[in-house]
Design a protein around this ligand. Structure first.
Ligand SMILES: *[C@@H]1O[C@H](CO)[C@@H](O)[C@H](O)[C@H]1NC(C)=O
Ligand SMILES: *[C@@H]1O[C@H](CO)[C@@H](O)[C@H](O)[C@H]1NC(C)=O
Ligand SMILES: *[C@@H]1O[C@H](CO)[C@@H](O)[C@H](O)[C@H]1NC(C)=O
Ligand SMILES: *[C@@H]1O[C@H](CO)[C@@H](O)[C@H](O)[C@H]1NC(C)=O
Ligand SMILES: *[C@@H]1O[C@H](CO)[C@@H](O)[C@H](O)[C@H]1NC(C)=O
Ligand SMILES: *[C@@H]1O[C@H](CO)[C@@H](O)[C@H](O)[C@H]1NC(C)=O
Ligand SMILES: *[C@@H]1O[C@H](CO)[C@@H](O)[C@H](O)[C@H]1NC(C)=O
Ligand SMILES: *[C@@H]1O[C@H](CO)[C@@H](O)[C@H](O)[C@H]1NC(C)=O
Length: 273
C-alpha cells in the first residue's frame, strides 16, 4: 500500500449551504424531538451508512413525502478500499446527524468521499457548486516540458475514457499511473477522473468539461491538483523529478546503488544461512 495521506487535505470541507449561520438549536433537543424533515433525513443518512457497509462506492436514498422529502447520496473516490469508503461515509453521516437544521442542504467532501442531502432532488443534474479546488502553486519552473506536453494529454485521455466506463468495477472511474522518462529526468504521474453514477454519459462529459475549464484556469502549472465538482472530479499527482543521470554523465552512481544492493543481498543471504 503506497497511500500518501495529506493530513491538511483530509480534513473535511464542510459546506452547509442552507446553514452558513451557526446552528442556533439545542442539539440534544433537536435529536430528541425530530420534526418530520429531520426524521426523514435521519433515515436517509442511516440508509447511506448501511449501504456503504455493503461495499458500494455510490448510493442514493430518498425518504418521506413532499414537502418533507429528503434526497441523499454518497460517492467514494474510486481508488480507495471498500473499508475506507465505508469508514468515510460513516464518519460523514454521523457528523451530519449531529447538526439539526430543519429543511436544509448539506454537503461534505472529504479526501475520500462525498456525502450530501437536500430537500431538492439533485439526481442526474450537472452542478457547478459547491466545488473545491486544491493545487500546488507555480511548480512549472522546474518542469516546463512536462506541463505543456505530457499532462494535458494524459488528462484528456482520462476525461474521454470516463463517460464510457460506466460498467467498470467502480462506475465512471478511470485512473492511470505512468512512469515518464524525458531528457531532463523521470517522474511518476498518477491521475484519476470520476463521475457520479447518477449522471448519464453525456452529462458526465459535460461535468468533466467544467473540470477541464477549471484545470486550465488554475492548475496547468501545478505539480498536483484536486478539482472536485459535486458530480465529477479530477486528481493528479506528479512525483519529484529524478534527474536523468545518464545525460549528466554520472553513470557510476547507478552502478554504485546496484553494487550496494548486491552487497546487501549477499549479507542477507549469509545472515540467512
Ligand atoms: C439545551 O440548552 C440549554 C442551555 O442553552 C440547557 O440548559 C439545556 O439543558 C439543554 N437541553 C438539553 C436537553 O440538553
Ligand atoms: C441500518 O442498519 C441498522 C443496524 O442494522 C438498523 O437498525 C437500521 O434500521 C438500518 N437503517 C435503515 C434505514 O434501514
Ligand atoms: C443533464 O444535466 C442537465 C443539467 O443539469 C439536466 O437538466 C438534464 O436533465 C440532464 N440530462 C439527463 C439525461 O439526465
Ligand atoms: C509563486 O506563487 C506565489 C503565490 O501565488 C507568488 O507570490 C510567487 O511570486 C510565485 N513565484 C514565482 C517564482 O513565480
Ligand atoms: C513546452 O515548453 C518548452 C519550454 O518552455 C518549450 O521549449 C516547448 O516548445 C513547449 N512545447 C509545447 C508543445 O508547447
Ligand atoms: C537521458 O537523456 C538522454 C539524452 O540526453 C536520453 O537519450 C536518455 O534516454 C535519457 N535517459 C533517461 C533514463 O532518461
Ligand atoms: C488516488 O489517486 C490519486 C491521484 O491519482 C492519488 O493522489 C491518491 O494517492 C490515490 N489514492 C490511493 C489510495 O491510491
Ligand atoms: C438510485 O439508486 C437505485 C438503486 O438503489 C438506482 O436504481 C437508481 O438508478 C438510482 N438513481 C439515481 C438517480 O442514481
Amino acid at each position: 500500500m503506497t497511500r500518501i495521506i495529506d493530513v491538511s487535505l483530509f480534513c473535511f470541507f464542510l459546506f452547509s449551504l442552507g446553514a452558513m449561520s451557526q446552528p442556533s438549536q439545542n442539539l440534544t433537543d433537536c435529536n430528541q424531538f425530530p420534526d418530520t424533515y429531520q426524521s426523514n433525513r435521519n433515515t436517509v443518512l442511516s440508509t447511506l451508512r448501511n449501504h456503504s457497509s455493503l461495499g458500494s462506492y455510490y448510493f442514493n436514498a430518498t425518504a418521506g413525502l413532499s414537502p418533507n422529502t429528503v434526497y441523499g447520496m454518497f460517492l467514494c473516490i474510486g481508488n480507495i478500499s471498500k473499508t475506507s469508503c465505508s469508514n468515510c461515509v460513516h464518519s460523514a453521516t454521523l457528523e451530519m446527524d449531529k447538526s439539526c437544521e430543519s429543511h436544509d442542504t448539506s454537503f461534505m467532501f472529504s479526501d475520500e468521499c462525498m456525502v450530501r442531502y437536500s430537500d431538492n432532488s439533485f439526481f442526474s443534474l450537472v452542478e457547478d457548486s459547491p466545488a473545491t479546488f486544491s493545487y500546488s502553486q507555480n511548480d512549472s519552473l522546474s518542469y516546463p516540458q512536462f506541463y505543456n506536453q505530457t499532462l494535458p494529454g494524459k488528462l484528456d485521455e482520462l476525461i474521454l475514457k470516463a463517460p464510457s466506463s460506466f460498467s467498470s468495477p467502480v462506475p465512471y472511474f478511470v485512473e492511470d499511473k505512468e512512469h515518464v522518462t524525458q531528457v531532463e529526468g523521470s517522474y511518476d504521474l498518477e491521475a484519476m477522473a470520476q463521475c457520479s453514477p447518477d449522471l448519464d454519459p453525456s452529462n458526465c462529459t459535460v461535468c468533466l468539461g467544467l473540470v477541464v475549464e477549471k484545470f486550465s484556469e488554475c492548475c496547468s502549472q501545478s505539480r498536483w491538483a484536486r478539482i472536485h465538482f459535486p458530480k465529477c472530479l479530477l486528481r493528479y499527482d506528479i512525483s519529484a523529478l529524478q534527474p536523468n543521470l545518464t545525460s549528466l554523465g554520472v553513470t557510476t552512481k547507478g552502478d554504485d546503488i546496484f553494487g550496494r544492493t548486491f552487497i546487501a543481498i549477499m549479507i542477507g543471504l549469509l545472515m540467512g544461512l
